[in-house]
Ligand binder design. Structure first.
Ligand code: THU
Length: 158
């Protein structure tokens, strides 16, 4: 038996103004888009915005349904819309934010496992790492989905 340590590097920013201009813009768009969420059941509003390599920005918010599993997370709404509008353009970055039913931002707007898996596929399609900007009490920036989803399922395993 061997114990191995797996390191993940994250950058933490105390406030949005410390981010580079593009990342600020993307996070602002995610924040604006969170207000469009349809979340009558959880009251948890999530916004995501994707920056494409051609400079286009595509945003999405979570869309709930009275048949709960029929709803979709903000990240996947944005990622699928981006893939649908620009199938041949790599994705560069994604920003994610959330506010709970009391209007509070969580410690970190961490994407669920299914959204991480979809981000991974977008990264594989892009052939380059996607920057992930997670809003929260501070802003966390990760370079590549590997940092969010270690031991991921890979196509080469098939
Ligand atoms: N949600 C997202 O939009 N993204 C995530 O990564 C986690 C959860 C949404 C789904 C549901 O509408 C609400 O947040 C509460 O789970």
């Amino acid at each position: 038996m061997e114990t191995r340590e797996i390191r993940i590097y994250v950058r933490e920013f105390a406030k949005m103004e410390e981010l580079d201009e593009n990342s600020q813009k993307l996070l602002m768009l995610a924040r604006q888009t969170a207000s469009n969420a349809y979340a009558p059941y959880s009251g948890f509003k999530v916004g995501a915005a994707v920056e494409m390599a051609n400079g286009e920005l595509v945003a999405g918010s979570n869309q709930e349904n009275m048949a709960y599993p029929s709803g979709l997370c903000a990240e996947r709404v944005a990622l699928f819309a981006a893939g649908s509008r620009f199938p041949d353009v790599p994705m560069k970055s994604i920003a994610v934010t959330a506010v709970n039913k009391d209007g509070k931002i969580p410690a970190i707007a961490a994407p669920c496992g299914a959204c991480r898996q979809v981000m991974l596929e977008s990264e594989v399609r892009a052939g380059q790492k996607i920057r992930i900007i997670l809003d929260g009490q501070s802003i966390t920036v990760l370079e590549g989905v590997d940092s969010l989803l270690p031991f991921s399922f890979k196509q080469e395993y098939l």
